[in-house]
Design a protein around this ligand. Structure first.
Ligand code: GUN
Ligand code: ZN
Length: 453
């Protein structure tokens, strides 16, 4: 009887339940695949014939010729920066002063913040991002607007009040006491409310006094399960500034370590200019890095030493870093990671499976959500993206020639933009729909793909 509640989606399916940096054969792909979901959970993922015979009474949605991937996870993105995308030609500190901080100050106006929150959350969903660790605003009301808008849309979000008490501009500064009070209120209101989670987030060490970092540490101690995020080792000028402000610290990471801010629930953005010892300690802490390749290139910050991080066992995931980055697409970010690692001083080739892992399960692991999301293992939440390449576009043309599932996935990561995202679901709920998928199937006929090597 319960089978009637089961929905089967028939499509080309990919997911990466294994970590490609540690295990072989990480890619699971089904050319004629099916995802069976019930009450927002995945009950089965596999070949259509096998899944449909397990649930013969289930409603089947025929999406053959289209693609289903796990929902994308963006581990570093700034909500107040949606309107300053495309500010090219500046380096980090000038970009902050000239573009980012003036715009962030505008969110003091709660009406403006509500508009920005809608634009931002809409853009995340439209790009297939189902879960995000979001840098909030320096203003509590604006941060509230983000949580409320994300809840309304149904996205899975960790965010919080951005904490700074120096070096920015006066209207963005809060005293450590006020920061503590506002953060406690927001935690009480939003942490673990439905799909919302709280993260403590000093902007970076440069804009946080020792007293503010102490507040961050005490918030984390008092509220287990709350995440931590900030920036680290992004640009040489910023690293120098941090060293001058914290002369006792042997390196950048030591500043955050001193206040108990580094651990399994910490996601540190960038870490480009890191010493070997910092990378080793990050691995020992089981902390994660949000790698933001388009931002790193656009702001001239540098090339992320991914190989050194992977060798030290540091967990890496992807962030768009809107608006330092170049857009909301996590698939584009995965492609940029591939491109930059290809030309890194110690180059590495990211296989299509690794790109998919970075875009999905790696983010889930960074956020401690790997038991809930990140792949299509039965029991997990039904968070997924349906991709439908526009008819006649370069991607569709390319896919006609793809000979293996690996080639299909590589083509998707190379060519699929927001225009290919047709439907996005979180826990089975539709959070974005481009237009109802009612057209004729583009199923190309019997199998033409070889099994991936
Ligand atoms: N460091 C401190 N603030 C920011 C920011 O908004 N963007 C980036 N990329 N780096 C930062
Ligand atoms: Zn950032």
């Amino acid at each position: 009887m319960t089978e009637r509640a089961v929905e089967i989606l028939r499509a080309i399916l990919f997911h990466t339940p294994k970590n490609p940096f540690r295990e072989s054969h990480p890619l699971v792909g089904f050319e004629d695949g099916a995802l069976a979901i019930e009450h927002g959970r995945i009950v089965r993922c596999g070949d259509y014939a096998e899944v449909s015979s397990a649930y013969p009474a289930a409603a089947v949605r025929d999406l053959r010729g289209r693609f289903i991937l796990p929902g994308f996870v963006d581990t570093h993105v700034h909500y107040p920066q949606v309107r300053i995308l495309g500010g090219l030609g500046l380096t980090l500190l000038d970009w902050l002063e000239e573009l980012a901080l003036p715009e962030e100050a505008r969110l003091a106006d709660a009406n403006y913040a509500a508009t920005i929150a809608r634009e931002f959350v809409g853009a995340l969903a439209a790009h297939g991002t189902t879960t995000a660790l979001i840098f909030g605003s320096h203003f509590a009301a604006a941060t509230t607007a983000l949580f409320e808008t994300a809840a309304k849309r149904g996205l899975r979000v960790a965010s919080g009040l951005v904490l700074s008490d120096r070096m920015l501009r006066p209207e963005l500064h809060r005293s450590p006491d006020a920061a503590h009070r506002d953060s406690c209120e927001l935690i009480a209101r939003y942490h673990n409310r439905g799909r919302l989670h709280y993260a403590v987030m000093p902007r970076f060490a440069v804009s946080a006094s020792e007293a503010m970092l102490e507040v961050c540490g005490s918030l984390l101690c008092a509220h287990p399960g709350v995440r931590f995020t900030t920036h680290i080792n992004e640009h040489p000028e910023e690293v120098d500034k941090a060293a001058r402000l914290f002369p006792w610290a042997k390196d950048y990471l030591a500043i955050y370590e001193r206040y108990g801010l580094v651990g399994e629930r910490s996601v540190l953005a960038h870490n480009i200019h890191a010493s070997e010892d910092e990378i080793r300690r990050l691995g020992a802490w089981r902390a994660s890095i949000a790698h933001c390749p388009t931002s790193n290139a656009a702001l001239g910050s540098g090339i992320f030493p991914m190989g050194r991080h992977v060798a030290a066992g540091v967990r890496c995931a992807l962030g768009t870093d809107v608006g330092g980055g170049t857009g909301f697409g996590i698939m584009k970010e995965a492609l940029a990671a591939y491109l930059m690692q290809r030309v890194a001083p110690q180059p590495m080739i990211l296989a299509p499976a690794t790109m998919l892992y970075l875009a999905t399960r790696a983010g889930a692991e960074a956020l401690g959500m790997e038991d809930e999301i990140g792949d299509f293992t039965a029991g997990k939440s039904a968070d997924f993206v349906i991709l439908d390449p526009p008819a006649g576009g370069a991607l569709e043309v390319r896919l006609k020639r793809a000979g293996t599932l690996d080639q299909v996935l590589a083509a998707l990561f190379t060519l699929a933009g927001a225009e290919s995202v047709r439907e996005v679901r979180v826990e089975g709920d539709v959070v974005f729909e481009r237009e109802p998928l009612s057209g004729p199937s583009r199923w190309p006929g019997p199998s033409r793909l070889r099994a991936s090597s």
